[in-house]
Design a protein around this ligand. Structure first.
Ligand code: PGA
Length: 251
């Protein structure tokens, strides 16, 4: 598996028909590229359509959320064993879930453990708010999210950790590559303190927050940034594929 990693987080933006055609367009253009792990994360209802659209290509599919319980009376929720039948990855702890659905590090941690148990690759999202950054505690906040989210995880396995500063998400204003690198080198060292240097060095660390074809090269040039978790720009097949191509050359 390459460490370069590019995922599209389509959020609640595509109908099934739109998801299928977006996935087909991405698979057509970058579906034979193997230098970058490329993951499309559509809404739950489109997982099957997207999996069909990318089948036979190098592109993989991820969900945007899951519930930590394997099954039970949780109306409206989706579990890891259900997802494991249709996709390989799952985004966990996205800042929108933390802010809009009150998800805590403890709940995020339960999901990470449940994802691993079902053989899914968790894409654990961490990132500070603007006031944390302004108060000089970005490192501290992100470290607590990483440690909290990974409590009880013994080996990183296929783990991916996305650094997404909340103030850059959907803002049209990304962090600078240097700012992102500064936090991501800290994330790498926290991972090393948990898992050891060697395992930590192979955990893909994508940046997220207004990543686009114009700034991806700068992020990829940083030693601890291995790709991007892309929201808005991933809804345009041309832009997303350009980003995958740039990452392939840089990785
Ligand atoms: P954005 O979203 O690229 O639109 O800023 C990134 C994300 O929320 O994962």
């Amino acid at each position: 598996m390459p460490i370069s990693f590019m995922a599209g987080n389509w959020k609640m933006s595509t109908t099934v028909a739109e998801a299928r055609s977006l996935a087909e367009a991405v698979a057509d253009r970058v579906g034979s590229s193997t230098e970058v792990t490329t993951v499309l994360c559509p809404p739950f209802v489109s997982l099957t359509a997207v999996a069909e659209a990318v089948s036979g290509s190098s592109i993989t599919v991820g969900a945007q959320n899951m519930h930590p319980a394997a099954s039970g009376a949780f109306t409206g929720e989706i579990s890891a064993p259900m997802l494991a039948e249709m996709c390989s990855h799952v985004i966990i702890g996205h800042s929108e879930r933390r802010a809009l659905f009150s998800e805590t590090d403890e709940f995020v941690n339960e999901k990470v453990l449940a994802a691993f148990e079902s053989g899914l690759t968790p894409i654990l999202c961490v990132g500070e708010q603007l006031d944390d950054r302004e108060a000089g505690r970005a490192d501290q906040v992100v470290e607590a999210q990483v440690r909290g989210g990974l409590a009880g995880v013994e080996s990183p396995g296929s783990l991916v950790v996305a650094y997404e500063p909340v103030w850059a998400i959907g803002a049209g204003r990304a962090a600078t590559p240097e700012t992102a690198q500064q936090i991501m080198t800290h994330i790498r060292s926290v991972l090393a303190s948990i898992f050891g240097d060697e395992p930590a060095s192979s955990v893909p660390l994508p940046y997220g927050g207004s990543a686009n074809p114009g700034n991806i090269e700068g992020f990829m040039a940083q030693p601890d940034i291995n790709g991007a978790l892309v929201g808005g720009a991933a809804l345009d097949a041309y832009s997303f594929c350009q980003m995958v191509e740039i990452a392939s050359q840089a990785g």
